[in-house]
Design a protein around this ligand. Structure first.
Ligand SMILES: Nc1nc2c(ncn2[C@@H]2O[C@H](COP(=O)(O)OP(=O)(O)OP(=O)(O)O)[C@@H](O)[C@H]2O)c(=O)[nH]1
Ligand SMILES: [Mg+2]
Length: 298
């Protein structure tokens, strides 16, 4: 039983530039792979909430897209999703790379944070990629940029420092009742999680510009006795991209499908048959109504 008198509950947004490890950190903190991750920037496209409930309290994490210079309407939606996540949360985690180079990208985030009335904890991530003595200058450089409540060096990938970070987070949450029951891990629908897993497979199997122009829509999900049948559309921006996604003799789409199916089976904990179709929607990332149709809406 939890001691409700000392129970804390609050919302914590995770923001930062693309590819710094925000989604990896959220997954590590909740102990489950809910948000998709990849080595390509701009993997996350909209806010995604997950819930961690412990004896100490309940944290509702908000994973957000990396803040970047938007090049199209989808990019603007993504930046807005990240920036607007600061409204109404109790705490913000700002994730950065372990480097003393603080560029225009970081500066623009400091400006956003100065305007938001939210306490900020700085997480210097990917510390597994640097030597211990390289961290002090990084901490020093960042300390001068903003009035951070705390600074935690972590490795989201290895889980180093994340327990300390969790205790640090709880300190900034108000005492109160939980928002969700303690079994809840996310408020995402299975359908949306399946679509994200297929998109993750595309991101991991394809290079550069092709996955950036891909959206995934789950058409049907039929729960049968032995198996769940899923049909999904992979929407891309150009005919030439469609050819790349399908690959010679269908080899690429088969790899994308089999990796995605394995992940979906883990999520649903049952056998899955996955059928993928590739469609072309010219310049959909510039088209507000298609962007909404593909699930990128508030
Ligand atoms: N070495 C190392 N790599 C990490 C760590 N955390 C994340 N990564 C890697 O960094 C890459 C980006 O991780 P994501 O979690 O997708 O980053 P993100 O900030 O959510 O990226 P966007 O959604 O594109 O903004 C992936 O290849 C991760 O495996 C870490 O602690 N150490
Ligand atoms: Mg992400």
């Amino acid at each position: 039983m939890t001691n409700r008198d000392n129970f804390r509950a609050g919302y914590v947004t995770i923001i930062g530039r693309p590819n710094v490890g925000k989604s990896t950190l959220m997954n590590t903190l909740i102990g489950m792979d809910i948000a998709i991750t990849s080595n390509k920037p701009q993997t996350t496209r909209r806010q995604m909430r997950t819930v961690l409930t412990t004896e100490e309290g309940q944290i509702v994490f908000v994973d957000t897209p990396g803040i970047h210079k938007a090049k199209n309407a989808l990019g603007e939606f993504m930046d807005d999703a990240a920036i607007s996540s600061l409204e109404g949360v109790d705490l913000c985690l700002l994730l950065v790379e372990p480097s003393t180079f603080i560029g225009a990208g970081e500066q623009s985030i400091f400006e956003i944070l100065k305007k938001a009335n939210v306490p900020v904890i700085l997480c210097i991530n990917k510390t597994d990629t640097v030597k211990g003595d390289e961290l002090l200058p990084v901490i020093d450089a960042y300390r001068k940029c903003l009035d951070f409540k705390e600074i935690f060096p972590i490795s989201a990938r290895l889980g180093t420092g994340t327990l300390k970070l969790l205790s640090g987070i709880f300190k900034y949450l108000p005492y109160g009742e939980p928002f969700y029951d303690e079994e809840t891990v996310t408020n995402e629908t299975e359908r949306d999680l399946v679509a994200e897993i297929v998109r993750q497979s595309v991101l991991r199997k394809l290079d550069e510009e092709v996955p950036h122009g891909v959206a995934v829509l789950v058409g049907s999900m039929k729960f049968k006795k032995r198996c769940t049948y899923i049909q999904a559309d992979i929407v891309c921006e150009k005919k030439s991209h469609k050819g790349i996604i399908i690959g010679r003799g269908g080899s690429k789409i088969r790899q994308i499908g089999s990796d995605a199916r394995a992940e979906i089976e883990k999520l649903l904990d049952r056998q899955v048959m996955l059928e993928l179709f590739v469609k072309v929607r010219d310049k959909w990332r510039e088209n507000e109504s298609m962007i909404r149709q593909f699930g990128y809406k508030k």
